[in-house]
Ligand binder design. Structure first.
Ligand SMILES: Cc1ncc(COP(=O)(O)O)c(C=O)c1O
Length: 512
């Protein structure tokens, strides 16, 4: 009989990455002031926080959180519907509705719960969701929990969206769901076209502004404001864990819809409310966002500079037009190597790999509170790591680098993945490395050769297309021939991955 836990014991990806010294997740931050962090006793420049405006470390926000804990206690110990709604939560509902220009709003204790609760309570049998394929996981979770039907359209592909809308049951309630700013690649939803389609087909529109709130549009209201279609966005969602420097989430829209959600969303009704300090921090951050638009300006200045400089060095940063600037690598092993190198040089960035993104990348976000010196040093680190690994050329390319950003004042500009990429020679760099070459690199110490080979086996086995897979199948036997030189661990890692890949025959069919 199968044991439920067998799969957990058999899953070795994280261990193999650790073995190769390339495990990038769950890093423990021992100290932080926002722009710099200490990890493993080493000070690093933080280059991938979502603390866009730097308010999580603003003394006024921190004091508001501390004061609220002293006055209201450490927890509400209850859900909003029964005993967990305090003055702070009520004030936050009202202030956010007012700021966003919507009739009403309700705050949840996380952004994830806001998306889950909103969609699952609103979309019932006979209703249909039309969601971009790249929307955030919390929206996907909401769709899976909803009774209604879900159709996914190709990322930012308006023909595909229109095709789905046109073929839908005319009497079905329709909800279009998109992210305003896509969190990994930094491109924007084409909201003007989406707004037009929503009107044409009588649908409603929900936009997740997690990465747009406080950042996009002249007032920081989000991507709808940036495009001048704020009124067309029926439901605006944002999390408090980014510009709002706290934890929680909000959905804002028509009063009767918010009233429905307040009574029907299980993620709200059956979950404890935000802590008083989290609510107070978000209230203070909202006040500062409204009073200090210069923070947003500084964020855009920094982001534009980083984006232009990285492109000027020869990195691929498309399709971003926002402060989320991806450094696109397009090869898993090389992405992890690049990340490791950046960390060793003193930068905290995040590698993001499939299936979270179409092409592997290192995600960077700088904050309004980074100094020019931070940016100078971070850019030097990117250049050194990129050149050392052959991701960018040793000399700056001569071509003039145009970077278009969707900053306030640049009306209507957006970009998307479709047909809008540059190549940097990155993929060649990764593909040229062959496992047996790695093992015979006489100038490298054995420990390094072995860890490089372990890493390559892992990623090649996971990502191999059908043709490469045929060759890879031979690999354990070739390695076996070298068994006297190789530790047992490496051999069994290679064998395990090959066996798993083999069992997973359907994956190969799909790759084909
Ligand atoms: C686009 C988007 N939506 C929703 C969420 C969830 O928000 P939270 O972290 O508050 O749960 C995130 C967080 O990563 C996000 O990036």
């Amino acid at each position: 009989m199968a044991d439920l836990f067998d799969k957990c014991a058999a899953w070795k990806d994280a261990q193999v990455l650790k073995l190769a010294g390339h495990y990038p997740y769950y890093r423990v931050i021992q100290e932080t002031n926002g722009t710099e962090v200490v990890v493993d006793g080493k000070r690093l420049i933080m280059a991938c926080s979502n603390n866009y405006l730097g308010l999580a470390n603003d003394p006024r926000v921190m004091e508001a959180a501390a004061e609220a804990a002293r006055r209201w206690g450490a927890s509400t110990c209850g859900s909003r519907v029964l005993n967990g709604s305090m003055t702070l939560h009520d004030e936050l509902d009202h202030r956010l509705a007012e700021f966003l220009g919507k009739e009403a709003a309700v705050v949840f204790s996380t952004g994830f719960g806001t998306n889950l609760g909103t969609i699952s309570s609103l979309v019932l049998r006979h209703d249909t969701i039309f969601a971009d394929r790249m929307v955030h996981a919390s929206l996907v979770e909401g769709m899976q929990a909803a009774y209604g039907d879900t159709k996914r359209f190709r990322h930012n592909n308006m023909e595909d969206l229109e095709r789905l809308l046109a073929n839908a049951e005319p009497n079905a309630g329709k909800l279009i769901v998109v992210d305003g700013v896509y969190s990994m690649e930094g491109d924007l939803a084409n909201l003007p076209a989406i707004a037009e389609l929503k009107r044409k087909y009588g649908a409603r529109l929900m936009v997740d502004e997690a990465h747009g709130f406080g950042v996009m549009g002249p007032g920081g209201k989000g991507t709808g404001e940036h495009f001048g279609v704020h009124e067309d966005v029926d439901l605006i969602m944002t999390t408090f864990s980014k510009s709002l420097a706290s934890i929680g989430g909000v959905i804002a829209g028509p009063a009767d819809v918010i009233n429905w959600i307040k009574h029907k969303a299980r993620a709200l009704v059956f979950s404890a409310s935000m802590t008083p300090s989290a609510a107070a921090a978000a209230l203070k951050a909202l006040e500062i966002i409204q009073q200090e638009p210069e923070r947003r300006e500084r964020l855009w200045d920094i982001s534009e500079r980083v984006h232009r400089e990285l492109r000027g060095m020869g990195f691929d940063t498309q399709p971003s037009v926002s402060p989320v600037v991806p450094v696109v690598i397009g090869d898993q092993a090389l992405t992890f190597k690049f990340w490791r190198k950046l960390t060793d040089l003193g930068l905290f960035a995040s590698p993001v790999v499939k299936p979270a993104v179409e092409k592997e990348l290192v995600r960077t976000v700088f904050m309004a509170t980074h100094t020019d010196d931070h940016i100078d040093r971070a850019l030097e680190m990117f250049q050194k790591a990129g050149r050392d690994l052959g991701i960018i050329p040793a000399e700056r390319p001569h071509t003039r680098v145009e970077v278009k950003m969707a900053r306030p004042g640049v009306t209507g500009f957006y970009s998307s993945h479709d047909g809008d990429t540059t190549t940097t020679g990155t993929q060649d760099g990764g593909a040229r490395l062959e496992i047996l070459d790695v093992l015979t690199q006489a100038d490298e110490p054995w420990s390094r050769r072995l860890s490089n080979a372990a890493e390559m086996i892992t990623w090649k086995a996971i990502n191999a297309g059908p043709e490469e897979y045929q060759q890879l199948k031979e690999l354990p036997f070739k390695l076996w021939g070298k068994r006297r030189q190789l530790p047992t661990m490496l051999l069994s890692a290679g064998m395990n991955f090959m066996a798993r890949r083999q069992q997973n025959g359907s994956d190969n069919q799909r790759d084909a």
